[in-house]
Write a protein that binds this ligand. Structure first.
Ligand code: M6R
Length: 612
């Protein structure tokens, strides 16, 4: 969590940094700050709260200089306040740093530095970095590069950091271990940021730093070194995302834009993956023989939050379409639980950001069992993508809203394709059934567009219920994970208590919650469990609950037993989760807007969860 950026070049550095921070604000928004270096020294501006506060602070200030660093914070050590905002400086204000990560041995280092006479001005773990550099660079006269290298040797924990020094106007230093950092290679300018969207206004050419690497960034050069100071060869990647994709493009919120681009996105994914034999276009990275993949006998899927919900849907797909035993675990449990070894197990990790720490640890846990690890990931070059043995990129484009929407649909699309692939290679589905699925899949983008037409209806429903204190979400079968997803969306952006349940579990407890004030969203699309779901709806109505149904077009009978109804086009049960998710996203969106919440940056959350 937290976003950092560093820049050196011809452009006005404060503008570059503030624009870059606006692209990174999804990573944390407790405070923001910049440090600009010029011949007069380092000017630091930082403020608690969102980036808009910092912008107000520097409005009208003439900030000259062409080298600077900046930070947007998600608080871990020390409350969100101006005092704890980055950049942090050393006692002599010669050095300024920004840091993303957690320095685990900061207390020990801090105590030792205090004994040596250093004065600390924040409660953060990060400030020790500035004072350690001071020790070596200012007091002992080492160059900034040397001082950072020696300092890094003392840190335990995770970091992505940038450091500048008043004694060196021509370069800055960046380093990573466990937190992401991308170098943007420009012409007469170079940058570093936590994530590629912050670089795209300036360049599409990037270098993904690896753990224990350090970059020395000058106006006309980028040098990468390992922890021993040995130069490292690096590959320059080209990013296909457009800077515009990471902007709102006239929408009120990123979340709304991201919901509404889902139809085109699914169409794009299908076009790429189904442009010939699926087997040829399935993987973007595969570091082992595909035959080993085909011989898998068990899948363990792990992920967090919305990605975990996609994993739960994956289980239904793999078991039903490919006959593959599948377990699903929340990554924070998977990484610690006792694992019973079974040969030919594949660990499939699902993650939008590719940086979620629990999911990353799950990948490492899988590897430690000698399992092959494949990730379904959105962010190119992210840590999980690089550490997995195989990668299927979801190609959803940058997802900026903290509430995941399009990444979820992209993950489900890939899971459907994967289950069809396994179904075919394992002879569990015939060629004609496969073809039928594929041709129906191709109709999903236009069906998604139809669901988007229902948004006004969903806004009216939101108007009726946005003041509710609680929400329940019920479903069965392959759509039961969507009940969890609907509840998560209402919680995270609506700030309303909500739970999702398999509808059959209602009478084992949750039914006690139902009264005339309780909105209950019931996913009752045509499927093998439709009749059972209708019985559950009747049970809710018998207790005077308010039922909002998501049903299949043409199901006119359901209308008479529920309070409100949103229709999705008819489709195969296995593909229906893609369509069902959209009304749930809109419902949460409108509830959040009506409650006056910050839709894209809900309180206490951050987009990439890189702490445990
Ligand atoms: O980047 P990841 O997919 O690994 O993130 C997992 C969760 O943190 C994420 O889905 C989170 O739950 C979202 N806020 C849900 O909308």
């Amino acid at each position: 969590m937290c976003g950092i950026i560093g820049y050196i070049g011809e452009k006005k550095v404060s503008d570059v940094l503030v624009k870059g921070l606006s692209r990174l604000e999804y990573r944390g928004y407790d405070s923001a700050g910049i440090a600009v270096l010029n011949e007069d020294g380092i000017s630091v501006f930082k403020e608690a709260g969102k980036l808009s506060q910092l912008k107000q602070m520097i409005h009208g200030v003439e900030l000259t200089g062409h080298l600077g660093i900046a930070h947007t914070r998600w608080a871990t050590h020390g409350e969100p306040s101006q005092r704890n905002a980055h950049p942090h400086t050393d006692c002599t204000e010669t050095v300024a740093i920004v840091h993303n990560g957690i320095i685990e041995n900061h207390e020990e280092i801090r105590a030792s530095l205090i004994r040596q006479g250093h004065e600390f001005r924040s409660d953060t773990d990060s400030e020790v970095i500035a004072h350690l550099i001071e020790e070596y660079h200012v007091k002992k006269g080492m160059s900034l590069v040397q001082a950072v290298r020696v300092m890094l040797g003392q840190l335990e924990g995770s970091y992505a950091l940038c450091a500048i020094s008043q004694k060196d106007l021509n370069q800055f230093v960046a380093a990573r271990n466990g937190s992401p950092l991308v170098v943007g290679v420009g012409r007469g300018e170079n940058l570093v940021a936590s994530d590629a969207p912050a670089l795209l206004d300036h360049t599409r050419h990037v270098i993904f730093l690896d753990d224990h690497q350090m970059a020395v960034i000058k106006r006309d050069s980028v040098e990468i070194f390992d922890q021993h100071g040995k130069p490292v060869k690096h590959e320059v990647h080209r990013i296909d995302w457009d800077a515009d994709e990471a902007s709102k493009q006239g929408y009120d919120h990123f979340m709304l834009k991201e919901i509404e681009e889902q139809a085109d996105m699914v169409e794009r994914i299908l076009r790429t993956r189904l442009r010939g034999e699926l087997s040829e276009h399935l993987f973007d990275v595969l570091k082992f023989d595909q035959s080993e993949f085909n011989n898998v006998e068990r899948i363990v899927i792990q992920g967090c939050g919305t990605s975990w919900h996609a994993a739960l849907i994956g289980k239904f797909l793999f078991e039903a379409l490919a006959g593959l035993p599948t377990e699903v675990d929340v990554s924070s449990e998977f990484r610690y639980r006792h694992l019973v070894y079974q040969p030919n197990t594949l660990v499939l990790s699902i993650t939008q950001s590719g940086e979620t720490i629990d999911t990353l640890m799950g990948v490492r846990r899988g590897k430690s069992q000698t399992y092959k690890t494949v990730s379904i990931c959105n962010v190119l070059g992210s840590t999980i993508a690089r550490e997995s043995d195989g990668v299927i990129y979801t190609q959803a484009g940058p997802e900026i809203g903290v509430a995941s929407t399009k990444a979820y649909l992209a993950q489900m699309t890939i899971l459907i394709l994967l289950s069809l692939y396994f179904g075919k290679t394992r002879n569990k589905i015939s060629g004609s059934i496969y073809d039928e699925f594929v041709s129906e899949l191709r109709t999903i983008p236009s069906k998604l567009k139809q669901v988007i037409q229902e948004k006004e209806k969903i806004r009216e429903i939101a108007l009726k219920y946005y003041e509710a204190r609680d929400f329940l979400f019920l479903s069965r079968g392959i759509n039961y994970p969507n009940a969890h997803e609907g509840a998560l969306k209402i919680k995270e952006i609506g700030y309303i208590h909500a739970t999702g349940h398999p509808a059959g579990e209602m009478k084992h407890g949750p039914i006690a919650l139902i009264d005339e004030k309780m909105p209950v969203v019931c996913i009752a699309v045509r499927s093998s469990v439709y009749e059972k779901m209708i019985s559950n709806i009747r049970e809710v109505k018998a207790r005077h609950g308010k039922v909002i149904a998501i049903a299949t077009e043409g199901d006119s009978s359901i209308k008479s037993i529920v309070d409100d109804c949103v229709y999705i086009p008819a489709c195969s049960e296995f593909l229906s989760p893609l369509l069902v998710a959209v009304p749930l996203q809109y419902l949460a969106y409108y509830v959040s807007v009506l409650r006056g919440n910050d839709v894209d940056q809900p309180r206490n959350l951050a987009k990439s969860v890189t702490v445990e």
